[in-house]
Design a protein. Structure first.
Length: 257
């Protein structure tokens, strides 16, 4: 696969929320995004980089607000067929897609929601894995799951990723996901959730921030929630925090070491 191909990359992020105006005001103030209307939704951008969109959850949709992270694949029908064969289910995607490519929304066997899009239609892909990640752009994706081993097998087959174990003292079982042919450039991970938590798996997108602690300090005044405060990662991997927007959609921040 050519290194400049979007296949295997997270190329778009869509916020699904019942109150788009409130949510977009929060993110604009916290991480400096800009927004503009697109059909019945909105696009979101960081500087010149288009990150994705925001869409309203339909009335009567009982799903909690969430970020839908889209992975590009070379053969969309084939990837969806493999995913469903491995136990994934599909969800309807709103027709007002805020200007993005046609997407298939899936729930993996452990409950994590993600989307697949055709690589040929993925244009605004954001920063490439392994390259610079300007503040405000999505820089990492972590799957929190009760079964890391089965998640590894599922996403290797569906997305074409390669996986390797990450072993650090004090961390739960973790695997790193790499793009095909690029073992030196991880772009996502799967981490074991605590036993007995009773929650479905979840993809957690990370936004790059120059000063994680200072950004976290503003979350409460903007109406958001701090689930994990600014914390130093082991192994010199920087600082992170896990947050929720005013409607409860979860995301994380990452600051470079």
């Amino acid at each position: 696969m050519p290194t400049d191909s979007p296949a295997g990359r997270f190329v778009r992020h869509d916020l699904m929320t019942p109150e788009p105006s409130t949510a977009l005001t929060f993110y604009t103030a916290l991480v400096g995004w800009t927004t503009r209307p697109a059909g019945e939704g909105w696009t979101i951008a960081a500087g010149e980089a288009t990150l994705g969109g925001c869409q309203r959850l339909d009335f009567g949709d009982d799903r909690a607000p969430y970020w839908a992270c889209s992975v590009a694949v070379d053969d969309l029908p084939a990837a969806v067929a493999v995913a469903t064969e491995l136990g994934a289910s599909t969800l309807p995607v709103p027709s007002a897609d805020a200007g993005g490519p046609a997407a298939i929304e899936l729930v993996d066997p452990r409950g994590a929601v993600f989307r697949l899009v055709a690589a040929s239609e993925a244009t605004d892909c954001g920063p490439a894995p392994g390259g610079p990640t300007p503040d405000g752009t999505f820089c990492w994706h972590q799957l929190n799951t009760p079964d890391v081993d089965s998640a590894r097998r599922f996403y290797e087959r569906v997305c074409g990723w390669q996986a390797s174990e990450l072993e650090l003292d004090g961390m739960p079982q973790t695997v790193l996901f790499h793009l095909p042919g690029r073992p030196e450039t991880p772009h996502a991970s799967a981490m074991a959730m605590p036993a007995g938590l009773g929650r479905p798996a979840q993809w957690l997108p990370y936004v790059a921030a120059a000063d994680v602690a200072a950004t976290v300090a503003r979350v409460g005044e903007l109406g958001g929630h701090v689930w994990v405060p600014a914390t130093t990662l082991p192994g010199g991997m920087g600082t992170f925090a896990v947050l929720g927007d005013p409607q409860g959609a979860m995301f994380a921040l990452h600051g470079r070491p």
